[in-house]
Ligand binder design. Structure first.
Ligand code: UGY
Ligand code: MN
Length: 275
């Protein structure tokens, strides 16, 4: 009888396939992918620029994720004063063609106008997705506002529809093997969307079961609570306001290892051919 340690069994595929018998510790994984590419941007490191292409009025934006990091999307944290707006549609000077946009309100009010759905007032948890080619009419309310902005060049195969909604209207989805609550803000069964936004809720002490390694990219904003994030081989304490970028194949795991619940906003590219 051979064992894995017996050199005479070296060339036996069966031995190579046998499971390594390590205890499955919470949050521990042997998965490694190099080079690790990720960013943790704590609130004290945000750098705001006083303008954003296609926006008017007083606006300041911290670009947390851009293609310079290797991402195929941009994620901004934006503070906008009363009256700021993006009314030029996608056609501002230098705008990439096929631009699509997702805006998620953190504070204050934002009004959006979309061809088929009229004008809507968005407050905390409200969002708008502008499909490529759509006019991106967004007006900031009297008190000003802050929001997360995702801009991306559409790379999907079917033209998606624009959506205005609120996270409170999105039903929670069961994820096999996981205990967190997942809400997807865009229709997960529509293959037209080339990204989705997940709102992930963890009760105190809850953690992800899968120590994920996947081809998708992530942008993340901690909306509530704190915990510990595994990125590559390192663990980082994270708290409300922290923003993260995860490149494809970065091993990742989260535990809400504290006395409070935790919630985060998560960009994930979907429905595109990994080739
Ligand atoms: O769906 C996801 O990829 C998600 N569970 N990842 C994450 O929370 N880091
Ligand atoms: Mn993931």
């Amino acid at each position: 009888e051979s064992t894995q340690c017996d050199p005479s069994s070296y060339h036996q595929p069966a031995a190579a396939h046998s499971a390594v018998e390590l205890p499955l510790l919470a949050g521990h994984t042997r998965s490694v992918v190099e080079p690790f590419q990720f960013a943790v941007v704590a609130p004290e490191s945000r750098m705001y620029t006083p303008s954003l292409p296609g926006w008017h009025g007083t606006i300041s934006a911290a670009a947390i994720v851009t293609p310079a990091l290797g991402a195929r999307f941009a994620m901004y944290l934006v503070n906008a004063s009363a009256g700021a707006s993006s009314t030029d549609g996608t056609l501002y000077e230098g705008a990439p063609s096929g631009l699509e946009r997702f805006l998620y309100v953190l504070h204050g009010t934002v009004f959006v106008k979309e061809e088929s759905q009229g004008e809507r007032r968005l407050e905390y948890g409200g969002f708008v997705y502008y499909a490529p080619g759509e006019k991106m009419n967004t007006f900031v309310g009297d008190e000003g506002s802050s929001f997360v902005l995702i801009d991306q060049v559409y790379a999907g195969a079917f033209k998606p529809v624009s959506v205005i909604g609120n996270e409170a209207e999105a039903g929670t989805e069961f994820v096999p093997g996981e205990v967190f609550k997942l809400r997807r803000l865009l229709n997960g069964s529509d293959p037209g969307y080339d990204f989705n936004i997940h709102i992930m809720d963890f009760a105190p002490g809850e953690y992800m079961n899968v120590k994920e390694v996947h081809y998708n990219q992530h942008g993340l904003l901690m909306l509530r609570g704190h915990g510990i994030y595994l990125l590559g081989e390192r663990f980082f304490p994270v708290a409300t306001g922290d923003a993260l970028y995860m490149a494809p194949f970065v091993p990742q795991w989260f535990g809400a290892l504290g006395p409070t619940s935790a919630r985060y906003f998560l960009y994930k590219d979907v429905n595109t051919n990994p080739l």
